[in-house]
Design a protein around this ligand. Structure first.
Ligand code: SAH
Length: 363
């Protein structure tokens, strides 16, 4: 049997709900790489899109992303807002500024708010509980947090205050690879423990990784896929690595849009119900990156709802695309772009199909 036939069979197995081994994921990645005609990618993409359509239809869920602070105590080697980047112009939003953006997004029809930030000690549990409960009191929205690693009781308090979902990319499922991307004081096992706690508490949980991060090889990617298959995240954020000029990885090369799309397709096959964003990093590297992601099985987009004055300061990587929600026109133009490509912009809260908050918490 040819490499490609093996790959088609493996994709069929995933599509019929079977699990693959580490070695089988390696075979799939190798077949993808040796396939000059892109047939393996197309085969995976068509299966993935079909599965996505059968579960979510052609709906694409919109999340309003508010980048609440770029102050960070961590020094991740790839990230533009790392602590030791002295060229980064730091800011943080107050409760009132955040609520103003939520109000604005709500009036546009946005029903999921994502608050993302560096690990900024200003946002104590008290401060966040106050912000989250005020949002939930006034607006009928889902609240997603992406605030990095915190302690279990902190995650619990934020959940009790009304947070629904939490995004915490695992970054890489390989501990040794993790140690090449992060300083010594950061721990892979702590990050993995955080994901398990979030799941136990009852959040819809998102993990994810960068495609083409420095030192990444097929074994790392196969481990990521095995991990995702086992963890079965509710959401999964993957995007190409893009260098930032003021980081130790300034001269590394960016990840590939095509490989990211192939992996999006595999993740859709591995976790059929997953909420899968076509990320800003994908849109940054290619003008049609977002659409390519959606055609590969993604079903979420996260346009920017941060105040316009701070948007250029939340620079994780160079030349970050700015798909913003600055006006109703901006939302309309996203909607039209989706429609041209056969998708429907959905303003539903867009929980993961099959997710039941009460059942997991047992109350
Ligand atoms: N402090 C939060 C949010 C981090 S930023 C946390 O720790 O979870 C969100 C994601 O952006 C990161 O998890 C990382 O995967 C991605 N990211 C950071 N720098 C990047 C870069 N240079 N290229 C592509 N993605 C990057």
């Amino acid at each position: 049997m040819s490499n490609f036939q093996v790959a088609y069979n493996l994709i069929d197995s995933l599509a019929s709900g079977s699990k693959l081994t580490f070695e089988e994921f390696m075979l799939l990645l190798e077949a993808y790489q040796s396939d000059r005609g892109n047939d393996v990618y197309r085969y995976a993409r068509n299966k993935a899109a079909g599965i996505r359509d059968s579960i979510y239809g052609r709906n694409v869920y919109v999340r309003g992303l508010i980048e609440i602070s770029n102050i960070c105590k961590n020094d991740c080697l790839y990230c533009g807002i790392r602590k030791s980047n002295s060229h980064c112009d730091r800011y943080r939003l107050t409760k009132d500024e955040i609520l103003e953006r939520v109000h604005y997004g709500y009036n546009l029809g946005i029903r999921t708010i994502v608050m993302q930030s560096g690990e900024d000690a200003y946002y104590t549990d008290e401060v966040l509980v106050d912000i989250i409960s005020s949002i939930k009191e006034k607006y009928d929205v889902a609240v997603t947090l992406s605030l990095g690693e915190r302690e279990d009781d902190s995650y619990q308090r934020l959940y009790d205050a009304g947070a629904d979902r939490y995004l915490l990319r695992h970054e890489t499922a390989d501990e040794e690879h993790y140690s090449k991307l992060h300083p010594d004081n950061m721990s892979w096992s702590h990050r993995m423990n955080c994901l398990n706690s979030l799941r136990r508490i009852g959040y819809q949980v998102g993990c994810g990784f960068m495609v083409g991060s420095p030192y990444q090889n097929n074994m790392n990617l196969a481990k990521d896929l095995v991990f995702i298959q086992k963890f079965q995240p509710d959401m999964c954020g993957i995007g190409p690595f893009i260098p930032h000029k003021d980081t130790p990885f300034a001269c590394e090369k960016a990840g590939s849009v095509e490989l990211t799309c192939f992996l999006l397709a595999l993740i859709r096959l591995i976790c059929p119900n997953v909420l899968l964003p076509a990320t800003t990093a994908l849109a940054t590297l290619s003008s049609d990156g977002r659409i390519k992601g959606l055609l590969s099985g993604a079903n979420v987009i996260m346009p920017n709802l941060s105040p316009e004055v701070v948007r250029s300061k939340y620079t994780l990587y160079d030349n970050k695309a700015n798909t913003g929600l600055e006006s109703l026109d901006a939302l309309d133009s996203i909607k039209r772009d989706l429609e041209i490509n056969g998708f429907v912009l959905s303003l539903d809260k867009g929980d993961r199909v099959g997710f039941d908050r009460k059942k997991i918490r047992g109350d």
